[in-house]
Structure formats: C-alpha cells, structure tokens
Design a protein around this ligand. Structure first.
Ligand code: ARG
Length: 304
C-alpha cells in the first residue's frame, strides 16, 4: 500500500490551550484507496424506503450531479482512484454504490436487497465486478453490502435491525473467513451501519501494527451492541446526536483525510483534535434520498 501524504503542520484554527502535544496527537497517514462510484444522473426520490425520503418533495438532479462531482474530484485530487459504474435509468438509488457489494482481496460478495425498489441494482453491480476482474460470490441471504458491512482492521462489523438480516452475518463470515461482529441498529433514521459508524483507520499502520479505530453514534445502537463497541474501541470518537442527525458519520476515510458533511461541526473538531484532516463535502441533495458521502462510495479492495 502506498503512502500519499504524512501529517502536515498542526492545525492553526484551534485555541492554543486546546492544541494537543505531539505525544497526544498521533501522526496519521493517508493510504491509497480505490473506490466505485455512480453518477446520480437518474437520481430522484420517487418512493420512500427510509425516513429521509419524501417523494412529494422535489429533487434537483443537476444539483445532485454537481455535488457528487465535487466528491469525485476531491478523491482524485487527493490521489485516490475512482472507478465508475454506468447509472441505469429507473434505478434512482444506484448512486449509493456502498450498497452494491462488499469486496475484500479481490472477492466481491454481491447484494440481495431487502427492499424490492432496489433489487434491479443487484445484477448490474455483480456484472460490473465480474467485468473488472473480481471473483463474484452470489449472495443467498438478504444484505445491503458495505452499507451494513464495515471492515475494521481484520474484523467485519455487521449491522442488522432494518435492512441486512442476521443470517447474512454468518454468510459474510464464511465467505471471507473473518471474524464478524453483529451490531443492532435501533433508530430508523440510521438504518444502515454506515450511517452510524465511520471507519477512520481501516488499514495497517507502518510496521504492520493494527491501529483500527472508528467513530460512532451511540444512540443508534441497542445496549448490547453499545457494550461491544465500548469494549472493542475504547478510543473511538463518540459523535453527538446533532452531528449524527446530519449524517456526519456517513463518511469515508483514507486514514488521514476524513470526508465528512460540513454540517457535522462537532465531529469535525473531534477529528482535528486527533490529527485527522476533515475534508468537507456537501451532499445535501443526496441526503434527500437518505444517503451521504459513504453511501456514494464503495471500496474496491485487492486484486485487479
Ligand atoms: N435510498 C437509499 C436506500 O434507502 C439510500 C441508501 C443509502 N446507502 C447507505 N449506504 N447508507 O436504500
């Protein structure tokens, strides 16, 4: 894995007394990412499958494309690689590519949507993976890909409660032969795991030491799941309800740059204090469909 950029100068816009010392502020390293995105050319809200969607409220497709383009351009400007899948007319949610699959080491597990409205996306995504050299595994159980499966270090955190079913967690464990930790979501606004957890350091640090860490929204989980999160990630950033409510956690990270909503101001500050570089991208139009930055970003891990 190649290193893109080391931590630059300390962030200047912080009061001196709040500036952590070098010992407290670890060096963050940006690592190269390869993502799959889909332009929202056919984006609209014509049905309601999550509480954010209001079909009666007009959407502005041109604005959605423009905002999405900024995210795309920013990934490229920071040295990442972005592949594109052709949007399909009549599949307005295809822009949320995180729900297209889950990929580790060149192996792509396809998805089986809970909701009928999105089932038409299953084949185009699997076809894309196959055409681009990935080994495709057809799913049996209902699950919505990287919307509910997050790779943190060697472990897969798996969400359930609204979309992906519990049985898909054992399926994903079998397919990738990894530890899977099931977490239950309880707030319908945070119906996919990637709306309530952000993986900040999904990668190994130099020297091979695992330094996986996350940020999460405590109120989105049941008590048992919270206990697991607290125990496993004692250093996690706990994000406020206000930042969660603007989809602050629906973010992507390369280990240094963390792509977040400009409205998640508290989270932005928490990230800076820990030496990350928040990169603010406004996807307000895509939030009308109940998605944000991470939803529009699927990580392509491994072989090509
Ligand atoms: N309208 C889409 C749905 O409800 C939004 C998907 C958001 N994706 C995500 N990874 N959270 O399925």
């Amino acid at each position: 894995m190649s290193t893109l950029r080391q931590n630059p100068e300390p962030v200047a816009d912080r009061a001196p007394e709040a500036r952590p010392t070098g010992a407290e502020r670890p060096t963050r390293i940006a690592q190269h990412r390869r993502y799959l995105m889909c332009a929202p050319e056919y984006f609209t809200v014509s049905y309601r499958i999550n509480p954010w969607m209001e079909p009666a409220k007009p959407t502005d497709t041109a604005k959605a494309v423009e905002q999405w383009q900024t995210l795309y351009d920013t990934y490229l400007a920071l040295g990442h690689e972005v592949e594109l899948i052709d949007p399909v007319e009549g599949l307005p949610d295809m822009v949320y590519t995180a729900n297209g699959g889950f990929i580790i080491d060149g192996r792509a597990l396809g998805v089986r949507f809970r909701v009928d409205e999105r089932r038409g996306e299953e084949r185009p995504f699997m076809d894309w993976f196959a055409a681009h050299g990935f080994e495709v595994i057809e799913p049996v159980e209902v699950q919505e890909g990287e919307g509910d499966f997050l790779l943190v270090g060697d472990t897969i955190l798996a969400g359930t409660g609204f979309r992906s079913v519990g049985d898909s967690h054992s399926e994903v464990a079998r397919v990738f032969d990894r530890e899977v930790v099931s977490l239950r979501l309880v707030d319908p606004r945070f119906y996919h795991l990637d709306t309530a957890i952000s993986v900040l350091d999904p990668v190994e640090s130099p020297g091979g030491v695992e330094r996986a860490n996350i940020a999460y929204l405590p109120s989105a989980f049941d008590e048992a799941s919270l206990a697991v999160l607290r125990e496993r990630y004692p250093d996690a950033i706990q994000v406020s309800d206000a930042d969660g409510a603007v989809f602050g956690l629906n973010s992507a990270s390369d280990g240094y740059n963390v792509f977040i909503s400009p409205r998640a101001t508290g989270f932005e500050q928490q990230l800076r204090e820990r030496g990350y570089n928040p990169v603010l991208i406004d996807l307000s139009e895509l939030l009308l469909g109940g998605g944000g930055i991470k939803c529009c970003t699927l990580e392509l891990r491994g072989k090509r």
